[in-house]
Design a protein around this ligand. Structure first.
Ligand code: DUC
Ligand code: ZN
Length: 474
């Protein structure tokens, strides 16, 4: 019997910290050797001229959640994990959404049933809390943390889902007592309602008005408040999908004061602007998400924030609402109205190529930072490290072989998301994953999907390291 099931040879192996020319030996789905020259394998992949990266971790994806603004997702754990894999991602962390009046445990079971038999890559779960009552925080949440559900998301906006400050404080206290990470969607709900009502009163309801109901101040105030709530309890918080410089400056301010505050941003805030939403008629709906994309100056600031270490995580916030039809962004028609379009854009497949091309390719970030923000830091923050998110002896052999010179024009047709549009239509990227390996198995080979549905497995997360050694090297 050969010593290794798989050897990846002659590649440039990159982690969040290093860049090394070495071979990788894989046995039983795990990395068991890193050395100058490894032979004697059942399969050898020549990665000469290619980058060999840890598979991406997309730690903010909405998969098969209940309808939002009355509109259902069109993707499921099958289509969305195939799309993720085709884009170089080997782990996702979607959400279980709490349902009022139902036990959290039974909701968790429901999401397991959605994933089992369908997912082609491994997955963990965050849990969205919309009713953090004392029974839930005192009994269910501690038991779930024990079982590997160690991150909880709370909304400061959205009807029926927003928590008030008291509820957020109680959630943070539970997170502190039992060892969980709290992710916060920071937008001031009262301001949004106030501004939206003002615009509706004047009939300014076309989509170009959408960003005006959630200007930067709305996000900045809520970000500061979220940081303050975390400070008062003495527990880390992670601000998700930060869209703009003003919110980012709050995070930087907190970090400089020594608070454990983490930040996430997403491709839509690096590549889209309010001008996309202002495209005429329904077209703008393709770019509508919450918070709204801003402008090119904010994009520049966010890139600086990534390079400077303000942001630890870059995930997609993938939402699979179609454009047309009853599961589409236009479903609440007949005319476009900024309050009736479900916010959210897809990006599970294009995330890594976009960020590699515009980030590493254009010199905005180095390759180690790319690995850190798209894989390693999420693994550390959410309790998956070192099993996931790095290339090291003992880690799962989740590896993406990346051709840094491959040019691709992104289009709906070439993506595997079960959708009729992508907000990144026509974007030209340089750099694409050519082989994607999950636990030692090649699941995507030159665009061909080889993975069996159901091969992906659940990952119970460890309690997060509440002061993880995250940081962006550049
Ligand atoms: N933002 C979105 O754009 N979609 C889903 C939820 C969210 O917070
Ligand atoms: Zn989200």
């Amino acid at each position: 019997m050969a010593q290794f099931e798989l050897v990846i040879r002659h590649g440039t192996v990159v982690t969040a910290a290093d860049r090394t020319e070495c071979d990788i030996g894989v046995r039983n789905g795990r990395i068991v050797a890193l050395a100058d020259h490894l032979g004697d394998a059942e399969r050898i992949i020549d990665a000469g001229g290619k980058l060999v990266l840890p598979g991406g971790i997309d730690s903010h994806v909405h998969v098969d959640e209940p309808p939002f603004h009355g509109v259902a997702s069109s993707g499921d754990f099958g289509t969305d994990t195939i799309a993720a894999a085709c884009g170089g991602t080997t782990t996702i962390v979607p959400f279980v959404q709490q349902e009022r009046g139902r036990s959290l445990r039974s909701s968790v079971r429901e999401y397991h049933a959605k994933a089992e038999g369908r997912a082609v890559i491994d997955y963990a779960f965050h849990i969205i809390l919309i009713d953090p009552n004392s029974r839930l925080l005192g009994q269910e949440v501690p038991a779930l943390i024990e079982d590997g559900y160690t991150s909880y998301k709370v909304y400061m906006t959205y009807d029926g889902m927003a928590l008030n400050d008291t509820e957020i404080l109680s959630t943070l206290e539970a997170a502190k007592a039992h060892g969980a990470m709290v992710m916060i969607h920071a937008e001031n709900d009262h301001c949004i309602h106030h501004l939206a009502a003002r615009m509706e009163a004047t009939g300014a309801t076309s989509l170009e008005n959408y960003p005006l109901m959630a200007p930067q101040a709305v996000e900045r105030e809520a970000t500061h408040r979220a940081i303050t709530l975390g400070e008062i309890v003495g527990v880390p918080v992670l601000l998700v999908h930060v869209s703009a410089a003003q919110a980012m400056e709050q995070i930087r301010w907190a970090q400089e004061r020594g608070l454990m505050v983490y930040g996430e941003t997403c491709p839509q805030y690096l590549f889209l602007t309010g001008d996309h939403i202002a495209r005429s008629g329904w077209e703008g709906a393709k770019y509508l998400c919450a918070p709204p994309p801003r402008d090119t100056e904010n994009q520049k600031q966010l890139w600086r924030g990534i390079a400077g270490g303000v942001f630890q995580v870059l995930s997609s916030d993938h939402c699979s609402f179609k454009f047309e039809g009853t599961t589409g962004k236009k479903a609440n028609g007949p005319t476009p109205h900024f309050r009736h379009v479900p916010p959210g854009v897809p990006g599970i497949e294009a995330r890594l190529p976009l960020v590699f091309s515009e980030g590493v390719g254009k010199g905005r970030i180095d390759i180690n930072t790319f690995v850190a923000i798209t894989a390693t830091n999420a693994a550390r923050i959410y309790g998956l490290y070192p099993r996931k998110g790095t290339i090291a002896v003992g880690s799962d052999a989740d590896i993406t072989i990346w051709d840094p010179e491959k040019r691709v024009t992104i289009s709906t047709d070439m993506l595997h998301e079960n959708l009729d549009y992508t907000p990144y239509e026509g974007f030209e990227v340089e750099g694409w994953p050519v082989k994607v390996i999950s636990r030692g198995e090649v699941i995507v080979d030159e665009g061909e999907v080889l993975a069996e549905h159901g091969r992906g497995g659940f990952l119970a997360c460890d309690r997060p390291d509440l002061n993880p050694a995250v940081g962006n090297p550049s």
